[in-house]
Structure formats: C-alpha cells, structure tokens
Design a protein. Structure first.
Length: 59
C-alpha cells in the first residue's frame, strides 16, 4: 500500500520545530586575552596582599 501526499496530516504532529537559537541568539563578544590577563594579575596581586596581611611576609 502506498502513502499519498495527505498521509502526513493523519499523524499526531502539528506545526514545525523552530530553533529560536538559530534565528535570535546573539553571542556575547569575548574579552581579549589582554583583558583576561590584566584581571588575573589584579586578582593575584590582591590575593598576595591578603595573604601577607593575614599570615605575614612568609606567605
């Protein structure tokens, strides 16, 4: 038995899968390596300062 063109309408599916990410997603701009490096150095400097403050110069 062959299936006709209208046989699809007899299924339980309605509509179509629409990927909203495909059409509407806008990725955030990534930070440059220089910005990331500067942030890491600032955090490292802050951590060293906290260690010296709490445990003395030997930390």
């Amino acid at each position: 038995m062959t299936r006709g063109l209208c046989s699809y309408s007899n299924t339980d599916r309605t509509g179509r899968l629409n990927s909203f990410n495909r059409w509407f997603y806008k990725p955030k701009k990534l930070r440059s390596l220089d910005e990331i490096r500067a942030d890491l150095l600032a955090v490292e400097k802050e951590a060293k300062g906290l260690l010296e403050e709490n445990f003395g110069r030997n930390a």
